[in-house]
Design a protein. Structure first.
Length: 305
C-alpha cells in the first residue's frame, strides 16, 4: 500500500504535489475553523429560530421569528443598544484623536523617543480582569487615585462607577488605557509621509496647521480608516470591564449589548434569545462597517489612486 502511494505521488506533476501538500498542512486549521468557529456560528443561527434554553433538549422547538420579534418589544434591548452606541461613539472618537495626538508627538526627532513609544504602548498589552480591578480602584469615589488627583485641583470628583450619570463615561475614559496599538499604527503612517511634501507645503506658505490638514491627514487617511473601523468593531464587543466592574449598573446605565446577550444566554438560560441577539449584533456591526467603507471614498486617499 505504501509503495503504491509513493509510486502514485511520484507520478503526479510538481503543481499537483504542491497542491496536495498545501491541503495537508492547512487541514488542521480548516478542521479547527469548521468545528470550533464556523460550526457553532451556523448552529447559533439555527438556534435563534428555536426556544432552546441551553440546558434541556425538550425545549428545542422551532418557533420561527418569535425571538427576533420579541427583541423589538424588549426595553432592555433598546437600552443596551443605546448604551453601546454611546460607548462606541465616545471611545472611538476620543481614542483615535488622543492616539493621533500622541503619535504626532512621538514622531518628532527628539532624544528618548523610543522610550516614550514603549511607555505609551505597554498599557495596550495589559488587558482583562486584572486591569478592570485596577481601574475599579482608580475610579473609587472615596479612595480612588483619580478623585484624589482632582482634589489637588480643587475639583470634587464624581462617584464614577457608582453614579448612573458617570458610570458609562468612566468606562469610556478607561478605554483610553489601551490606545497603544492604534498609536503604533498611526505612527507608522506618519513615518511614511515623504518630507518633500512638507517642504513643498512650506514653500506654498502653509503653516503647521496647514501642513497637518493638507499633507498629514490625507497621507495617513488609510491608517486612520483602518483604526476607526477596527476600533468601532471592538467597541461593540465590550464585555469584560462591564462584567467585572459594574454588572450593567448602577440601574441599567452600563447595560451594554454583549453583556445583555451574555445574561440572556448563560444566566437566564435563554440560549435561543441570546443567539438572536448575537446575529442582530452581527447585522448592526456589518451595516456600520459597510457605511464606513462607503463613506471612505470621500476622505481616504490611496497612493497612486
Amino acid at each position: 500500500m505504501m509503495n503504491y502511494l509513493s509510486t502514485r505521488r511520484r507520478s503526479l506533476t510538481l503543481a499537483q504535489r504542491e497542491e496536495i501538500d498545501f491541503y495537508i498542512f492547512v487541514s488542521p486549521w480548516l478542521i479547527g475553523l469548521i468545528f470550533l468557529f464556523a460550526g457553532p456560528i451556523l448552529a447559533s443561527l439555527g438556534l435563534s429560530f428555536t426556544s432552546w434554553t441551553g440546558v434541556s433538549a425538550k425545549s428545542l422547538q422551532w418557533i420561527g421569528l418569535e425571538n427576533y420579534q420579541a427583541l423589538f418589544s424588549d426595553k432592555l434591548f433598546w437600552v443596551s443598544l443605546k448604551n453601546t452606541f454611546y460607548y462606541a461613539g465616545g471611545s472611538v472618537a476620543l481614542g483615535v484623536i488622543l492616539a493621533l495626538f500622541i503619535a504626532v508627538l512621538l514622531n518628532q526627532q527628539v532624544p528618548g523617543t523610543n522610550i516614550f513609544r514603549t511607555i505609551f504602548y505597554l498599557p495596550s498589552i495589559t488587558q482583562g480582569v486584572a486591569i478592570a480591578i485596577v481601574w475599579a480602584w482608580i475610579l473609587n469615589p472615596q479612595v480612588g487615585l483619580l478623585n484624589y488627583g482632582l482634589s489637588f485641583l480643587g475639583i470634587k470628583g464624581p462617584a464614577w462607577l457608582a453614579s448612573q450619570q458617570w458610570a458609562l463615561p468612566a468606562l469610556i475614559l478607561m478605554s483610553l488605557w489601551s490606545i497603544g496599538t492604534i498609536m503604533v499604527i498611526l505612527l507608522a503612517g506618519l513615518q511614511g509621509v515623504p518630507q518633500s511634501l512638507y517642504d513643498a507645503a512650506k514653500i506654498d506658505g502653509a503653516g503647521l496647521w496647514g501642513q497637518f490638514r493638507h499633507v498629514t491627514l490625507p497621507m495617513i487617511s488609510p491608517a486612520l480608516f483602518l483604526v476607526i473601523v477596527t476600533s468601532t468593531v471592538a467597541s461593540f464587543q465590550i464585555f469584560t470591564n462591564v462584567a467585572v466592574m459594574t454588572e450593567g449598573g448602577p440601574g441599567t446605565s452600563t447595560m451594554v449589548y454583549v453583556y445583555y446577550l451574555y445574561l440572556n444566554a448563560f444566566t437566564y438560560f435563554r440560549m435561543s434569545y441570546g443567539s438572536a441577539l448575537a446575529w442582530l449584533l452581527f447585522v448592526v456591526v456589518s451595516l456600520l462597517t459597510w457605511l464606513q467603507f462607503k463613506a471612505s471614498s470621500k476622505w481616504v486617499y490611496y497612493e497612486g489612486v
